[in-house]
Design a protein around this ligand. Structure first.
Ligand SMILES: [Zn+2]
Length: 387
């Protein structure tokens, strides 16, 4: 039977209605409920004769992995995406967030851009690799994770429990408007907690004020200088104080205060060194004020990614899309790739049909044409890489 062109095949297999359906699956994290979407994807894979494995983490939190082997041994390529979305937010939407409504060639809804369009485009390219009889070598893996939006927990479980094998290359379908991203920043979230002792507000000398050391710590942060090499594709590292919580009543000396920092790093920066610098600041505060008690704890610690633009998978993307290495870019947000990069030395490319600026925004949408285009890009990349 002669094979249908990819676009006809996508139409026949309801690529657009299935994306609407995916958006209608509420996988807002927390709580996640990723099983809702994972089992729909599993059905579609099954209809095409592809076995997949659902790894249940807890109740409705699941990872889904499917693998197809080529004719001969060879390299292994992983298609990766996440199943969850961020919450809808407080700002009212003009288009209902779980409608999947289509207006003027745009499909709207929470997760349309970040990243159900990318995930399904990867899935269709994966299935198409199996359906076309064009032989390939090695292995193609499809891996859908839970809990990316709250710190890549699903990817971490995938790696710890070896649900995916080590890989030579990986494509992550996060929103890039189908541009080729090869670098992203790392993230280091730190909680600094200060402990004191309560006392009546009229007798502060009877207590230990936990807020004051946090103030001194914050002032001390200004002395921190990061050591790093400038990155050709990424902006400089940043450090922001993002929350402060402390005290309970106007007339009570506070015994607790917590501050959080959001630090975004370059791929060559050592997070341990940054933590040591923060500890030095805390130590100085405690030396000056012996009753102060500060503790520093990393709450999310993921390295950045810097794939060589000359890597084969990047070149595959460039050739499929007729781009040069000058078109290869970097992004500030982090992805599951941080977790996967610690697991395997494979080259990671981030490329997806969603629009980066719309991620996590109200009235998020994806251009349908770009979604369908992503399928052919992924398919072309897999063919070129696994030939
Ligand atoms: Zn995402």
């Amino acid at each position: 039977m002669p094979h249908l062109s990819l676009q006809t095949w996508l139409e026949k297999h309801n690529a657009v209605p299935f994306l609407q359906e995916a958006v209608q699956c509420n996988t807002v994290n927390p709580p996640g409920n990723e099983r809702l979407l994972a089992s729909r994807i599993q059905d579609v894979l099954h209809q095409h004769g592809i076995d997949s494995h659902m790894y249940v983490h807890e109740n409705e939190r699941v990872n889904l992995v499917a693998r197809i082997a080529g004719k001969n041994p060879g390299k292994r390529l992983v298609f990766s995406g996440h199943l969850d979305t961020v919450p809808v937010g407080e700002v009212p939407w003009e288009v209902p967030p779980f409608s999947g409504e289509i207006i003027d060639g745009r499909l709207y809804g929470r997760g349309s851009t970040d990243m159900k369009s990318g995930l399904l485009a990867l899935m269709y390219a994966f299935i198409y690799m199996k359906e076309t009889d064009v032989p390939f070598n090695g292995e193609l893996v499809f891996a859908a994770s839970f809990g990316e939006e709250t710190g890549s927990e699903g990817a971490a479980v995938m790696v710890e429990e070896k649900q995916i094998p080590p890989f030579d290359a990986m494509v992550i379908g996060e929103p890039t408007a189908n541009q080729i991203f090869v670098a992203h920043k790392g993230v280091l979230w730190v909680e600094v907690s200060s402990k004191g002792k309560t006392a009546h507000g009229s007798m502060p000398d009877q207590g230990v004020n936990a807020i004051l050391p946090i103030n001194h710590f914050m002032n001390g942060l200004q002395e921190i200088r990061f050591t790093y090499q400038k990155h050709p594709l990424l902006t400089d590292p940043t450090m922001s104080v993002t929350t402060i919580k402390g005290g309970m009543k106007t007339n009570v000396i506070p015994d607790q205060c917590t501050l959080t920092l959001d630090i975004r790093t370059l791929p060559d920066q050592k997070h341990d060194q940054i933590l040591a610098q923060l500890q030095e600041v805390a130590d100085r505060v405690m030396t000056h004020n012996p009753s102060a008690s500060l503790e520093i704890k990393p709450i999310l610690n993921l390295p950045g990614i810097g794939t060589d633009p000359e890597a084969e998978i990047v070149q595959a993307a460039c050739s499929v899309m007729n781009k040069s290495r000058d078109d290869v870019k970097g992004v500030n947000y982090f992805t599951d790739g941080s977790v996967f990069s610690r697991y395997a030395a494979g080259d990671i490319v981030i490329l997806g049909p969603g629009i980066p600026e719309l991620a996590h925004q109200p009235d998020e949408y994806v251009d349908i044409e770009r979604y369908l285009e992503a399928v052919s890009i992924y398919y072309g990349m897999a063919q070129a890489y696994l030939k």
